[in-house]
Design a protein around this ligand. Structure first.
Ligand code: ADP
Ligand code: MG
Length: 244
């Protein structure tokens, strides 16, 4: 069997006295889509953020594609290049055009020349359906369009895995679908994705696996059919009852 792309072994995280992740042990395989569910405060964002070292872990071990996640700065640059992240609040550079948002990291970090970076960026911008908008600035775009730029920007680094932290939570309802459709396309293309979302339709339809966090512990880990099926335990039913 191939080694998992990401392994997380007995990881703990505290914020002051607050123990927010408890001995979390799991792994993520290449090419799979995992949806992470759980109530607000259950540790979903913290778990994702630890995978690219936006957050430190207190104990345990995280390895991403052979890179041990720790304070080694060389490893950190490599890690950040391999692990893309899409946030709830897009986080585009407001003073840059769509095209420049997408080419910035490949040019600065991957040292691609402008022509090559732009050629690739234009392909990605087309892939997220924004070819007509590449010379606009973020403020000229809708939230759904901005989030699609953020996805193109992440893809430009050719990451091994993409992390999504509630990518549609800040969007008006009519824009959710266009972003989920781009994510579905990515999933189909074989991208490894970890997705924190409240979009249960996406979880059912696209996820290979649902991970359910409850107070910093993995309380369920199952394929969606099973997770949403009759076996669901009391806590999961309570959670799903609140959401839908
Ligand atoms: P979720 O994404 O599931 O809503 P988080 O991972 O954001 O949960 O947070 C888990 C817990 O850790 C929450 O109780 C939250 O208040 C706390 N927390 C998250 N980030 C910080 C931080 N930077 N400082 C202090 N507490 C934090
Ligand atoms: Mg969160």
């Amino acid at each position: 069997m191939n080694a998992p792309l990401i392994s997380v072994d007995k990881v703990n995280k505290h914020f002051g006295p607050h123990h927010v992740l408890h001995d979390v042990t799991t792994h993520f395989d290449a090419g799979k889509v995992t949806v992470i569910l759980g109530a607000s405060g259950s540790g979903k964002s913290t778990l994702l953020r630890m995978l690219n070292r936006l957050e430190t872990h207190d104990s345990g071990r995280i390895v991403v594609d052979g890179i041990e996640v720790n304070d080694d700065h060389k490893a950190l640059d490599k890690l950040r290049a391999e692990v893309g992240m899409v946030f709830q609040q897009f986080n585009l550079f407001p003073h840059l055009t769509v095209l420049d948002n997408v080419t910035l990291a490949p040019r600065r970090v991957r040292k691609m020349d402008r022509a090559a970076a732009e050629a690739r960026a234009l392909e990605l911008i087309e892939r997220v359906g924004l070819s007509a908008h590449s010379h606009k600035h973020p403020f000229q775009l809708s939230g759904g369009q901005q989030q699609r730029v953020a996805i193109a920007r992440s893809l430009a680094m050719q990451p091994k895995v993409l992390l999504f932290d509630e990518p549609t939570s800040a969007l008006d309802p009519e824009m959710v679908k266009e972003v989920l459709d781009v994510m579905k396309g990515l999933a189909k293309s074989g991208m490894t994705m970890l997705v924190v979302t409240h979009e249960m339709g996406f979880a059912r339809e696209v996820a290979d696996r649902v991970l359910f966090l409850d107070k910093g512990c993995i309380a369920a880990d199952a394929p969606p059919a099973q997770f949403f099926g009759a076996q669901a335990n009391e806590r999961i039913r309570a959670f799903l009852g609140q959401i839908v």
